[in-house]
Design a protein around this ligand. Structure first.
Ligand code: NAI
Length: 338
């Protein structure tokens, strides 16, 4: 057995929390040899749901689960934590303007960042799931004084997996045969799902395979613009319409894969994650932007894959999404949060 890891999950009484906890305790995230200690952070309205989940975790008698603590104190939740999964966020209410939404979330992610700086373990890393995920991660990273900004990431792995799923369906192949898709930008409708560098296990490019299947490159380009990009970017709304409720199991799965790869190392090719920009691809430093990333599993976290080229159309789509991130950052600055 390896030494145990302490994992703090915020919003643990919510839907995604419920889909996360049991898989983490079963070893799906950190592997079958790594015991886990879970800290569940909730607000008073959510505590009973988190306590109920803790009872059920006990009833699973998971061999890897060393302890479960439920708390409403961010300081207690993050004290000694090594991994944070920041799921709890304030959803947009009726008539709520973007500035109100950002301010409400700054009131959550600011104090959580401060609690992390105060008590989390030195190697702490966090993924922000709660929306607006990129800007919430920016707020937490800025509030965590003394902790390197790069410890905070935001989840775009669900968008990445959605893109792979759409390609697999279009090509009638298994999702496992597709590598090197990229989600650029914000986890929002402006994101740019990019297949320019994507490849199949047999060595063909995804674009060539699409062109073969669709009767030529012009038809493939039309499918990418008219079907693929809007469907991936709008998938959250599609799930709500069909299911009657937002994405839960797929979001939890993506969060688990994000942390698993960051901690243990990427598997084949790169994936997508929103990380703090150091100016890669011209993205302003400090923005939390989705890039192609690889982790070696050496404790250094995700590194941006650099040197990839864009066609002019792709560059324009990416820049539009980065402009939205800049606008979110400026709106948060105007509130005096950063
Ligand atoms: P939910 O409403 O079922 O659960 C959220 C939980 O967070 C609630 O139990 C609530 O009490 C708790 N919470 C609120 N403020 C908190 C705070 N300050 N501290 C601790 N807990 C707090 O929502 P669900 O479905 O679990 O989604 C959670 C978030 O994940 C939402 O913001 C949603 O938009 C986002 N999301 C992000 C995705 C991504 O790909 N990045 C995909 C799907 C959802």
């Amino acid at each position: 057995m390896e030494r145990s890891s302490t994992i703090t999950i915020t919003g643990a009484g919510g839907q995604i929390g419920y889909a996360l906890l049991f898989r983490i305790a079963a070893g799906d995230m950190l592997g079958p040899d790594r015991p886990v200690r879970l800290r569940l952070l909730e607000i008073p309205q959510g505590v009973r749901a988190a306590e109920g989940a803790a009872l059920e975790l006990q009833d699973c008698a998971f061999p890897l689960l060393e302890s479960v603590d439920v708390t409403v104190s961010a300081e207690d939740a993050f004290d000694g934590a090594e991994i944070g999964m920041l799921v709890g966020a304030r959803p947009r209410g009726p008539g709520m303007e973007r500035a109100d939404l950002l301010a409400a979330n700054a009131g959550i992610f600011g104090p959580q960042g401060a609690a992390i700086a105060k008590g989390a373990a030195s190697g702490f890393r966090a993924v922000v799931v709660g929306n607006p995920a990129n800007t919430n991660a920016l707020i937490a990273a800025n509030a965590a004084e003394g902790m390197p900004e790069g410890r905070f990431t935001a989840l775009t792995r669900l968008d990445h997996n959605r893109a792979v799923g759409q390609l697999a369906e279009a090509l009638e192949i298994g999702a496992g045969a597709i590598a090197d898709v990229i989600i650029w930008g914000n986890h929002s409708a402006t994101q740019f799902p990019d297949i320019a560098h994507a490849q199949l296990a047999d060595g063909r490019t995804v674009f060539d395979a699409l062109a073969d299947r669709m009767g030529g490159p012009i038809a493939a380009l039309a499918w990418l613009d008219d079907v693929f990009i809007p469907r991936v970017a709008g998938r959250g709304a599609e799930i709500i319409e069909v299911r009657g409720s937002s994405s839960v199991a797929s979001a939890a799965n993506a969060a688990i894969e994000h942390v698993r790869d960051e901690q243990r190392g990427s598997r084949r090719g790169w994936t997508s994650a929103a990380v703090v920009s150091r100016g890669e691809y011209g993205v302003p430093e400090g923005l939390v932007c989705s890039f192609p990333v690889i982790s070696r599993g050496d404790g250094e976290g995700y590194r941006v894959v650099e040197g990839l080229d864009f066609d002019p159309r792709g560059r324009a789509l990416f820049e539009a999404s980065v402009a939205e991130l800049v606008a979110e950052r400026d709106a948060v600055r105007a509130l005096g949060v950063l």
